[in-house]
Write a protein that binds this ligand. Structure first.
Ligand SMILES: *Cc1c(COP(=O)(O)O)cnc(C)c1O
Length: 383
């Protein structure tokens, strides 16, 4: 193992209260999930239970293995799967239950793990929002057989694109080594588009010029001149894109090592801003995140339900607020042809309603005053 790889894994492991041997690195978080599912032996006809409030790359990884995603509706307070509905989804084809740390919040993980044990199923936590945060005092992702994390530029810390897995289950660890032998190395083209991404994100996407630069960035993505987060084929179909199963490059490891240095500061800032949003919204009689959930929340984003979302998004541009649209669909960001992912919207009323009203406030900004001014002008509100 290269020195930088061991350093990177050790630094991640320290934060997860794990050892470097339990950490496995991938080109993206979704690739980590795909590797974990393979190590669990998921294949044709198997069923994998997932929340009906996910990113399309999650059911994609399941479909690539010819298995079937089985969805569970969410709770409107946590945006996580409704734990009371999980057991009814288990059949003799079920192999794995995936839970999610939505916006940085895990919930009912111990209950989920005990349900899975009772039925001899594997558990995976989608911790792509939650690295650095904790659930009931222990690092996010450490309760399940395996967890996967993302280091895409919007996630807790960035390597441009990137991801890793934490595998607590020992037999799975030896199996994933064999799976990982198939990983492709980074191509020259990937390395180049990653360099463009680093340049664009770090040198150009400064707050002051954010909106102008977002337009430039979208143009670069359109012409595939910069490493994007998802390719067209991943959003339009369940076909695996070419060169999907790739390893993390040394370049990404170095970037990760350097960005991990500001993780603590970012976690503190996110929590502080979320508390201020809660106070501000509560003082105006608006819906807030239940303060009882705060201990387990790391607030990668602050979720907010609004009416007239299109107008709210326009208003955000006017107020120069980098408002997020995560989970504008229960299988974000896919807005149509859900049947390709075996998703039947009518069975998931809570997820559908939340997805139709969802925006997310930024928590990583230094100064939230413009966001508060913007909040004052959103009308009417969802109660
Ligand atoms: C970002 C994200 C992923 C995938 O992570 P990548 O590193 O982009 O592959 C999976 N699930 C959720 C909920 C996400 O937000």
């Amino acid at each position: 193992m290269k020195k930088v790889e061991l350093l990177y894994k050790s630094k991640i492991a320290d934060i997860l209260n794990a050892s470097a041997e339990e950490v496995f690195l991938y080109w993206k978080g979704r690739v980590a999930l795909y590797a974990i599912l393979q190590a669990m032996g998921v294949g044709e006809g198997d069923e994998v239970i997932i929340p009906a409030f996910t990113c399309v790359v999650v059911p994609n990884a399941i479909k690539y293995l010819k298995a079937k995603p089985v969805y569970v509706d969410i709770r409107p307070d946590t945006y996580n799967a409704n734990i009371d509905q999980i057991e009814s989804k288990i059949t003799d084809r079920t192999k794995v239950i995936i839970c999610q740390n939505t916006f940085g919040l895990s919930s009912n993980v111990e209950t989920l793990v005990s349900i899975a044990r009772k039925h001899s199923l594997y558990t995976i936590e989608d911790c792509t929002h939650g690295f650095g945060g904790t659930y009931e005092g222990r690092p996010n992702g450490s309760y399940c057989d395996a967890a996967f994390y993302s280091t895409q530029w919007n996630k807790p810390f960035s390597t441009g694109v990137g991801g890793f897995a934490l595998i607590k289950n020992e037999p799975l660890r030896s199996r994933i080594e064999a799976v990982n032998a198939q990983l492709e190395p980074t191509s020259v083209k990937d390395a180049l588009s990653l360099s463009v991404l680093y340049f664009v994100r770090e040198k150009i996407l400064t707050d002051r010029r954010y909106w102008r630069m977002v337009k430039l960035y979208r143009w670069l993505s359109k012409y595939k001149l910069v490493q994007g987060s998802s390719s067209g084929v991943e959003i339009e179909s369940t076909q695996m894109p070419a060169n999907y199963f790739k390893a993390l490059s040394t370049m990404q490891m170095k970037k990760g090592l350097s960005n991990l240095n500001s993780l603590e500061e970012m976690l503190t800032r996110r929590k502080r801003n979320a508390i201020r949003y809660n106070e501000y919204l509560a003082a105006r009689g608006k819906t807030v995140v239940n303060p009882q959930l705060f201990d387990n929340h790391s607030f990668l984003k602050y979720p907010l339900l609004v009416q007239n979302r299109d107008e709210v998004l326009k208003l955000a541009e006017e107020y120069q607020v980098p408002l997020g649209e995560w989970f504008c669909s229960p299988i974000h960001p896919v807005m149509e042809h859900w049947e390709q992912w075996d998703f039947e919207g009518e069975h998931f009323p809570v997820a559908l309603r939340c997805a139709s009203l969802m925006v997310n406030l930024p928590t990583d900004v230094e100064d939230i005053t413009p966001v508060l001014r913007f909040i004052d002008h959103i009308d009417p509100w969802i109660e």
